[in-house]
Design a protein around this ligand. Sequence first.
Ligand code: FMN
Length: 182
Amino acid sequence: MKIYVIYDSENGHTEALAKAIAEGAGQENAEVYLDHVDNAQIRALVDMDAIIWGCPGHFGTISGGLKNWIDRLGYLWAEGKLIGKVGAVFCTTATVHGGIEATLLNLITPMLHQGMIIVGLPGNIPENALYGSYYGVGVTCPIEASPDDPPNLPSEAELALGRSLGKRVARITRKLTGNQTS
Ligand SMILES: Cc1cc2nc3c(=O)[nH]c(=O)nc-3n(C[C@H](O)[C@H](O)[C@H](O)COP(=O)(O)O)c2cc1C
């Protein structure tokens, strides 16, 4: 079972979440690939069983870096190459009301156009019962007081949400593909 985690990130906030998601998928014995969008391989998507992509929210929606990359997937759409693959999404924003859910929903839309099967994060996952991140994992990382300060990375509880998403994607992908090992 192969899972590709692709992320955009300028200052490491979304990257930290991406790494937690990859870690969770790995704990379920998935073969996990993790790339910044600048290095992400479009051709490799065809060989994946699941694809998880995420970004910082920019003006309430997908960052330009990831959107440009997603817009290069047209030929995969034309050939139906991603139909039936499992998909999930994640994002970080600086503010709670600055478009976190809109960004997650916008990240899901192109997956649906590609015919992918979307996996979210239900409320019976302990880390999510009070958090309520149902469309994927959305984390608020408050802006640093000064550009010289270290980044306000996701908390341990938020990274646990990320690991839960990675695990859930891996478990559901295993069920769908019948792939019992890696
Ligand atoms: C161009 C730009 C637009 C942004 N727009 C928003 C926004 O609409 N809402 C918000 O809460 N944060 C916004 N942010 C802040 C980032 O989403 C936030 O700092 C994020 O955690 C950065 O993640 P990264 O370090 O992985 O790039 C914006 C940042 C940039 C650079």
